[in-house]
Design a protein. Structure first.
Ligand code: NDP
Ligand code: GDR
Length: 363
């Protein structure tokens, strides 16, 4: 039997990298959409890279962009995929308040362009479609914990765009019988998480503070509550969802909730840093108990115009129908992220001592 072919948009992102790895292990031919950038942007998948001059490659990258419909149709036509995973997005909630139109175009219309491409090319019966939907759809939550039936109340341009993508996926399933489904994924993290999402920002900053490369961490809402899982566990579900008899939407979450503050405390603990909190609101500070230095400051720059205060998922349907359980605990996730960032910071420290410039980003 011929091996399956998959097309992953967003292959250079966190989930794209883990999913590409998983599908290659399963024997798929993996095609990925990458954006043209002024420098190499494939760090996360470089270990899977194959020389474009080599015959019989299993991973092939195509230039493209979700805002460019004709490009998407061409890539779909060339690759004739059995499965499309639409992971590409302007995925930062806070940035979406600054780039609402672009975010709507990529995250909302982008999904429609792919679905319409599948239809125009007559691939409705062949191609299965996965849409990266999000717990941000619940926004101002109407029910706790959140299930597939909980009403949506988006609270950002990002979530509003993803709401369109969610419903257009349902609509193409119902209108044209395309095997299309939404994974409503709660936050998932890993050592290759983007550096400006809160978890990675914390593990990176604390590692650097620990080594003396950075003075402090500036943070926004310490009390936000999230249901954090590990990306490696979550991409398994993305694949599983496309292997069922009938297409359905699933919530993917751990069912456990923690605050940003707890994340900082646990990450500190993994480094042997005990943190004491002092003050309130925007004056709250995190103090290193070993030396009395303030290492965490609240900075309102990171507050959002409308915040999602709490998210807590109920993954019962995924457990019952797909036999899926997250395998990596919250504690192991934090530990793994700290270990990786400590390694990276040690490399930076060596470079700095040898007189080389290192990345000083602290957003
Ligand atoms: P990342 O931000 O790590 O990756 C996003 C990917 O999309 C990158 O490959 C990026 O390319 C690509 N991309 C961005 N804009 C465009 C565009 N205009 N055209 C083509 N590609 C583009 O996200 P994650 O891997 O964390 O998330 C994957 C998907 O899942 C996203 O859609 C996200 O919204 C959604 N999601 C994520 C959750 C999470 O907790 N991680 C939870 C729920 C949903 P480049 O590398 O060039 O920037
Ligand atoms: P989120 O993730 O918005 O949930 O979206 P993020 O890590 O950005 O924020 C989580 C919570 O932490 C609070 N927070 C901060 N966030 C950032 N980025 N930086 C800070 O300094 C900071 N301080 C506090 C936020 O206010 C928020 O409450 C992620 C993305 O991956 C989306 O693409 C995805 O859809 C959702 O998760 C599920």
């Amino acid at each position: 039997m011929k091996n399956k072919t998959a097309l992953i948009t967003g292959i250079t992102g966190q989930d794209g990298a883990y999913l590409a790895e998983l599908l290659l292990e399963k024997g798929y031919e993996v095609h990925g959409l990458k954006r043209r950038a002024s420098s190499f942007n494939t760090d996360r998948i470089d270990h899977l890279y194959e020389d474009p001059h080599k015959k019989g490659r299993k991973m092939i990258l195509h230039y493209g962009d979700l805002t460019d419909g004709t490009n998407l149709i061409r890539v779909l036509q060339q690759t004739q995929p059995d499965e499309v995973y639409n992971l590409a997005a302007q995925s930062h909630v806070q940035v979406s308040f600054e780039t609402p139109e672009y975010t709507a175009d990529v995250d909302g219309l982008g999904a429609m362009r792919l679905l319409e491409g599948i239809r125009l090319l007559g691939l409705e019966k062949k191609t299965r479609f996965y849409q990266a939907s999000t717990s941000e759809l619940y926004g101002k939550v109407q029910e706790t914990p959140q299930t597939e039936k909980t009403p949506f109340y988006p609270r950002s341009p990002y979530a509003c765009a993803k709401l369109y993508a969610y419903w257009i996926t349902v609509n193409y399933r119902e209108a044209y019988n395309i095997y299309a489904c939404n994974g409503i994924l709660f936050n998932h993290e890993s050592p290759i998480r983007g550096e400006t999402f809160v978890t990675r920002k914390i593990t990176r900053a604390l590692s650097r503070i620990f080594l003396g490369l950075q003075e402090c961490l500036y943070i926004g809402n310490l009390n936000a509550l999230r249901d954090w899982g590990h990306a490696r566990d979550y991409v398994k579900m993305q694949w599983l969802m496309l292997q069922q008899e009938r297409p359905e939407d699933f919530v993917i979450a751990t069912g456990e909730q923690h605050s940003v503050r707890e994340f900082i405390e646990l990450a500190g603990k993994a480094l042997g840093l005990a943190i004491r909190w002092e003050g309130e609101g925007i004056h709250e500070k995190g103090i290193n108990m070993a030396n009395g230095k303030t290492i965490v400051f609240v900075d309102p720059t990171y507050f959002r115009p409308t915040e999602v205060e709490t998210l807590h998922g109920d993954p019962t349907k995924a457990k019952e129908k797909l036999g899926w359980e997250p395998e990596i605990s919250f504690e192991s996730l934090v530990q793994e992220m700290i270990q990786a960032d400590l390694e990276e910071s040690k490399r930076d420290e060596l470079c700095q001592r040898a007189g080389f410039r290192v990345n000083q980003h602290n957003e």
